[in-house]
Design a protein around this ligand. Structure first.
Ligand SMILES: *[C@@H]1O[C@H](CO)[C@@H](O)[C@H](O)[C@H]1NC(C)=O
Ligand SMILES: *[C@@H]1O[C@H](CO)[C@@H](O)[C@H](O)[C@H]1NC(C)=O
Ligand SMILES: *[C@@H]1O[C@H](CO)[C@@H](O)[C@H](O)[C@H]1NC(C)=O
Ligand SMILES: *[C@@H]1O[C@H](CO)[C@@H](O)[C@H](O)[C@H]1NC(C)=O
Ligand SMILES: *[C@@H]1O[C@H](CO)[C@@H](O)[C@H](O)[C@H]1NC(C)=O
Ligand SMILES: *[C@@H]1O[C@H](CO)[C@@H](O)[C@H](O)[C@H]1NC(C)=O
Ligand SMILES: *[C@@H]1O[C@H](CO)[C@@H](O)[C@H](O)[C@H]1NC(C)=O
Ligand SMILES: *[C@@H]1O[C@H](CO)[C@@H](O)[C@H](O)[C@H]1NC(C)=O
Ligand SMILES: *[C@@H]1O[C@H](CO)[C@@H](O)[C@H](O)[C@H]1NC(C)=O
Ligand SMILES: *[C@@H]1O[C@H](CO)[C@@H](O)[C@H](O)[C@H]1NC(C)=O
Length: 548
């Protein structure tokens, strides 16, 4: 930063002190302003990781004092929103650092993307091969790019002019780089059905196009948006359906559509209604007694929202308060805790986003409306041969949700059996904690129907080698530590019938022992059913549940 910058910086401060303290001057500990609570709690936590000398956050995983890019940028947005002391100055420092580390080779597939961490070797060298979603992550363009736009929209007074120009150059490059992404090409998977990054890409590209008069970018943003919208309006559902983590990201990105895109853009036209429909769907599947969204979950990083930090729960925090939302008093002790770093973005947008949520949706998040069923569908071409049919049965203390599908991959479009949960059961136990069961994804085709107290699963193209593995959560603190049959599972009686053999194996995946590792930081009991040797029947299993 040269002298010129410091002077302009000073003038900027002088000119705008009055108007840029929106978040500061409202009583900081105003317990009734849930958005402010989230802003300050997430910032207080990240403050502990901030390395002012480096102008980056340390790794939230405490990886030997390395730093990380994405959470630093999210933190910077919170610094601008908080704007106390030298917050804004630190934010500017972070922004400049991150842009200086942006990939600059226009011929590389990762052009315009942002580093995962500043200490990383140069991506694409012999020793550091370019491995998508590993040594570079194409979605960082969207996560960082949307954050830059949000900063430019919300806090321009706090950002010196030349830094704004630098951010625009960065956003221009990131939009060019994002245009290299084509699902199915070069290991990329950015199809319109990959909801969260496709919504972000449409937004950043379209916003940059308008801002810089790059009509091609404006048009590309509209084209992407059109594809996303067409897929959405089929059943008014996100393709990346009902994911505690990614529905939260999609809602964030749709809020950018609704808030910052003009009415001449498809994004400006559809953003608000897509947010409303998404919440209607989420609310229909939410059980406020269990504080969980019923299954199925296309991509989940945990099995009980009370125990892992979901971005959806951060939105809920701003809507109904931390106490009622599925958030532990100590969010940073939950599974997948690093997503707490997106808190400032959710908080900054909450006043606008929350104005779109109607009362009946809000009420469903606070109290369970009564036993009901849900039928809907979601579609993720080119992985699905037909839309996934979704059924759910929700009662006050027991919910069952499942989806039928026929795909060309195992583990859903993300090809990740650890996060694809096509059939899920949850129940409330005596102590108020939540028991859960999920079918481990092992097949490309499943017929799954949730009914009253039942879950019916069939592998239409299975054979005698097929197995059904049910991962079951550990009992409550007061419950049995050891589980060797359904009788040992707390809070529910399970009856299993079907074409599977009557015997089943039970193994344990624990933190430090057992048959294998936990999944998504959750320990579990693995109940596995096999077919009788040489069976010619279609693999099918019916589970009946009774609360006890
Ligand atoms: C919470 O504070 C923010 C920032 O000052 C403000 O925009 C919002 O309107 C407040 N919300 C409520 C519910 O008071
Ligand atoms: C830029 O990327 C292209 C394509 O990967 C590569 O051939 C070229 O060597 C790179 N240039 C530099 C300066 O690294
Ligand atoms: C943008 O990309 C160009 C190459 O096309 C590069 O020269 C420039 O430094 C990049 N800008 C930033 C901010 O990374
Ligand atoms: C974009 O075009 C508008 C209207 O033609 C003009 O006012 C604006 O200065 C232009 N912006 C840039 C960055 O070229
Ligand atoms: C814009 O797109 C058109 C049509 O695809 C192309 O011919 C033109 O070169 C592009 N312009 C820029 C500046 O990229
Ligand atoms: C929504 O609820 C609020 C507070 O309970 C109430 O003031 C408002 O009138 C309700 N709005 C509608 C449309 O029912
Ligand atoms: C999915 O639902 C549609 C509409 O009810 C139905 O036509 C189709 O057969 C169903 N497919 C499966 C595999 O359940
Ligand atoms: C379970 O599904 C199978 C195959 O789809 C079907 O034949 C059977 O009738 C279903 N059972 C119940 C109780 O719905
Ligand atoms: C059963 O299905 C599996 C997976 O599709 C296949 O590899 C295997 O050959 C099949 N076995 C029999 C006995 O058909
Ligand atoms: C569950 O247990 C079976 C053996 O009983 C094993 O083959 C399978 O890999 C286990 N699944 C997981 C997710 O650990």
């Amino acid at each position: 930063m040269g002298k010129f910058l410091s002077i302009s910086w000073f003038l900027v401060l002088l000119r705008h002190t009055a108007i840029c303290t929106a978040f500061r001057h409202v009583r900081r500990y105003d317990t009734l302003n849930y958005s402010l609570n989230l802003l300050h709690e997430s910032m207080d936590w990240m403050d502990m990781f901030y390395d002012a000398d480096a102008g980056y956050l340390y790794s939230l995983d405490a990886a030997a004092l390395t730093h990380e890019t994405r959470s630093s940028v999210w933190y910077a947005s919170g610094l601008l929103a908080r704007n106390e002391g030298d917050d804004a100055e630190q934010a500017i420092k972070i922004i400049q650092n991150v842009i200086s580390g942006q990939h600059k080779n226009v011929s590389s597939q990762w052009f315009g993307d942002y580093q995962i961490y500043p200490e990383e070797p140069t991506v694409g060298t012999e020793q550091y091969p370019p491995k998508i979603y590993n040594s570079w992550d194409p979605n960082w363009r969207g996560f960082v790019g949307t954050t830059f736009v949000l900063m430019l929209e919300e806090f321009p007074e706090l950002i010196p002019y030349d830094v704004q120009e630098y951010m625009l150059e960065s956003l221009y490059n990131t939009s060019i780089g994002d245009s290299y992404r084509v699902g199915g090409v070069n290991d990329d998977n950015l199809y319109p059905a990959y909801s969260n990054p496709s919504i972000m890409r449409a937004f950043v590209t379209g916003w940059v196009g308008r801002r810089l008069n790059e009509s091609n970018m404006t048009a590309a943003g509209e084209k992407d948006a059109k594809d996303v919208i067409a897929l959405f309006t089929r059943a008014n559902t996100l393709s990346e359906f009902n994911s505690g983590t990614y529905a939260g990201v999609s809602l964030y990105a749709l809020t950018l559509w609704a808030k910052y895109m003009p009415g001449t853009s498809l994004m400006g036209q559809h953003g608000a209604s897509m947010i409303k429909y998404t919440w209607t769907s989420l609310a229909s599947l939410y059980n406020a007694n269990l504080r969980n969204v019923a299954g199925p979950w296309d991509r989940s990083y945990g099995y009980d929202m009370n125990r892992y930090l979901s971005i959806l729960a951060l939105h809920m925090w701003t809507l109904i308060g931390k106490e009622k939302a599925p958030i532990n008093a100590k969010p940073y002790a939950m599974g997948h805790k690093n997503d707490f770093a997106i808190g400032p973005l959710v908080a900054i947008l909450a006043p606008f986003h929350n104005s779109l949520i109607d009362n009946s949706t809000l009420n469903s998040l606070i109290s369970f409306p009564g036993t009901h069923t849900v039928e809907t569908s979601a579609f993720s071409p080119p992985y699905d041969t037909y839309p996934r049919n979704i059924t759910a049965w929700l009662s006050p203390h027991l919910t069952i949700g499942a989806e039928s599908f026929s795909e060309n991959v195992i583990g859903g479009p993300a090809k990740n059996p650890n996060s694809f949960n096509p059939a899920v059961v949850q129940w409330q136990r005596q102590d108020g904690s939540v028991g859960w069961l999920t079918l481990y994804a092992q097949v490309m085709e499943l017929i799954a129907v949730a009914g009253e107290k039942t879950l019916n699963l069939t592998y239409p193209t299975g054979n005698s080698t097929s197995t059904f593995s049910f991962l079951v959560g550990t009992n409550s603190k007061a419950g049995k530590r050891d589980v060797s049959s359904w009788d040992d599972v707390e809070g529910v009686k399970v009856k299993v019938i079907g074409t599977v053999g009557p015997e089943y194996a039970v193994t344990f995946n624990g933190l430090v022992g057992g048959a294998g590792e936990p999944i998504n930081e959750f320990e579990f009991w693995n109940f596995t059913y096999t077919m009788s040797a040489g069976s010619a029947e279609i693999p099918q299993v019916l589970l009946e549940f009774e609360l006890i």
